[in-house]
Design a binder for this molecule. Structure first.
Ligand SMILES: *Cc1c(COP(=O)(O)O)cnc(C)c1O
Length: 398
């Protein structure tokens, strides 16, 4: 039977020692060993069933890891203090001096800045490509390329990567294929289509309450163990560990991810269809008019739709700003970056989450200054929300 990510989340349940229906939260940074030899064996990596120190793992981080691994259909997971902590650790683990990365150019601004500005200081260089143009992806691969990197659904242009085709290229050139699935948890299971490593910002849909930052890396047991290695693991040595308390709260929120993703997607599709009828320049991968609609449709788990992100180009930053301010005034949502909150969030990507890119780079990839990215909320009455949005938009544009 095909792997169901929602069933996988449901089927891993923890209780506490007293029959409590939630797991106990571990409140310790260090752990007692009965025998001195056990401690020595644990540090030598020969004994794997003991906790040594919470920067490595804790009972609470392990529970969140197990559920995320079940969801992504991977052998193991490690959780991090942020999405950037997860992404930078994966890259530092896989790439050493003189290695090379081929990455999509439409990626999260922080990831882009890390590859473009930070990694060259360690002699790791990146070629940024249009990930939807397979010929240019292939042409960018060099003998020293180690890693192929993309987002399953890109930020902020919402282009879908053809994961199966990219995996073929990665296999042919012996590259590790890393996919950031932050925009499409449950919607896409990247390992179904060949991703070797899946990275997440838990901050967004997965936690869903915009009250913490967190990240995760899902992959083979060997790779996750290499990240946690006390001698040369990036997770262990760079120290970007998620706290036990937060791991427990993220796990509780993860329980409702399936119903949240379905609702985010349903609401976003409704608004996208209305905006399209209104003649607005709306981009949503669930619309037939979207250039990645076919690929998206072939890759999604359909019960979760096309996710909750859409963009509308309001023509100028002046119009975009006015519309966003009006929508906030009317209490439709918040003028804020980030995504995956119960409430609609909107921001002008060019001057916020993608401001790491120069105006030239932005225009080359098709990011216009009037482009507003919406993370559509869980509004119960989305028809009312649409009417309210429409009146804000009409007031400014007419
Ligand atoms: C937010 C985000 C990140 C970074 O995650 P943090 O938790 O903010 O560190 C990485 N990738 C994508 C696609 C994101 O949206």
């Amino acid at each position: 039977m095909k792997h169901s990510p929602a069933n996988a989340i449901q089927d891993v349940h923890y209780t506490d020692a007293h029959g409590g229906i939630n797991p106990a939260i571990s409140d310790s940074s260090t752990y007692t060993f009965d025998k001195a030899q056990d401690m020595a064996d644990t540090f030598a990596g020969e004994k794997l069933d003991a906790f040594l120190y919470s920067r490595h793992s804790s009972p609470s981080t392990n529970q969140l890891c197990e559920v995320l691994a079940a969801m992504e259909n991977t052998e193991a997971t490690q959780v991090f203090a942020s999405g950037m902590g997860a992404i930078t650790s994966v890259i530092m683990q896989l790439c050493k001096a003189d290695d090379h990365i081929v990455s999509s150019r439409t990626i999260y601004g922080g990831t882009y800045a890390f590859m473009k500005n930070f990694l060259p200081g360690f002699q790791v260089n990146t070629s940024f490509v249009d990930i939807t143009d397979l010929a240019s992806v292939k042409a960018a691969i060099k003998p020293e390329t180690k890693l192929l990197y993309c987002e399953a659904l890109s930020n902020p242009l919402l282009e879908a990567a053809d994961l199966k085709a990219l995996k073929k290229l990665a296999t042919a050139h012996d590259l590790t294929f890393v996919v950031d699935n932050t925009f499409t948890p449950l919607v896409i299971t990247p390992t179904d289509d060949g991703a070797d490593v899946v990275v997440y910002s838990l901050t967004k849909f997965i936690n869903g309450s915009s009250d913490t930052v967190g990240g995760a890396v899902c992959g083979s047991l060997d790779f996750i163990n290499s990240l946690k290695d006390v001698n040369d693991g990036a997770a262990m040595l760079l120290g970007q560990t998620l706290d036990s308390m937060r791991s427990a709260s993220v796990l509780k929120n993860l329980r409702t991810l399936p119903i949240r993703m379905s609702k985010h997607s349903e609401n976003a599709l409704f608004l996208a269809e209305q905006f399209e009828k209104d003649g607005l320049k709306v981009v949503y991968p669930g619309l037939k008019s979207h250039r990645s609609n076919e690929i998206m449709t072939s890759q999604i788990n359909p019960e979760f739709g096309y996710s909750g992100l859409l963009t509308v180009d309001f023509g100028s930053i002046a119009n975009a700003s006015l519309i966003m301010e009006k929508m906030q005034e009317k209490n439709i949502g918040s003028l804020a970056v980030s995504l995956g909150f119960y409430r609609t969030l909107f921001s002008a990507s060019g001057s916020s989450t993608s401001s790491e890119m120069s105006p030239e780079e932005q225009s080359e990839m098709g990011l216009t200054e009037g482009l507003v990215r919406f993370s559509i909320g869980l509004d119960f009455d989305i028809k009312r929300t649409y009417q309210m949005m429409k009146s804000c938009i009409d007031e400014v544009l007419s």
